[in-house]
Design a protein around this ligand. Sequence first.
Ligand code: ASP
Length: 315
Amino acid sequence: MQPKLIIHGGAGSSLKGKGGLAVVREALHGIVAAVYDDLLQGAAAAAAVVKGCELLEDHPRFNAGTGSVLQSDGQVRMSAALMDGTAQRFSGVINVMRVQHPIQLAQTLQTESDRVLSDQGAAELLRELNTPIYNPLTDLRLNEWLAERKGDFDKTMAGVIAEQELGAESEAGRGTIGVVVLDQAGRIAAGTSTGGKGFERIGRVSDSAMPAGNYATPQAGVSCTGIGEDIIDECLAAKIVIRVTDGMSLADAIAKSMAEASQNKRDLGAISLAADGAIAWGKTSEVLLAAYHDGHAIGDTLEWTGPELVGHIAP
Ligand code: ASP
């Protein structure tokens, strides 16, 4: 079967500067090309998702791994989840610190009996695995945090993706990352990784490590981005996936779910794939930073700023 792939680097407010657009496009297209190559060589869906998430975590422009935003106390705490749609198994870490690739912890937990670990448990797992200590903090994020502290953290979320320099107006909002894959054997997996929404209270739990933000079955997979509380209230990833699993087409499932989210005034986005090869994306925010490979070519949603809530590519 022809593999399919879609990834995202967050959702948010308008991409205003072309410099920002070019940087994001180059990053997303490069990662799509690298992961798609692996898929053509027979990589399994879950392994391809982990690889894609690692590459996105390593890119300092995205709010996951290196370049994660800081919480209200000035610390970086990251969350990640992996869902293997074939095994129908979810695993994840919540508010983990000092690690380069949170998605790798989610991958390790796939085969454990305790599959979602939070701060202290995740730290113990890192120690057990002898994972090298890594500081994901970048100067840009630290300076953003210092600037926001002056304003008493009055933003609802950090503006994290394409700022060319500090002080410039944020060109797009959130930079959580996600990857959804359909491999040659027809298996689906989804992964999501985030530094959170930025400036949040200690202990706040992101949707990214919940089935609301990352979910898959043998029929479909979804990764979400946007304000985590909105995604949780819609139970968005699980809702879209279950609609498809119950027989709705992916395009209809995402359209119905986005219409509901829009009616409820949510600020979010989602990427998705179905077992029949359909690819779809949706947003209620202004932009969604997604790129995909449909088996023929790489495409993206970076210049999609119209009022439509969804886009899709038929199988
Ligand atoms: N959904 C993430 C959170 O609320 C943030 C994001 O998608 O950028 O933690």
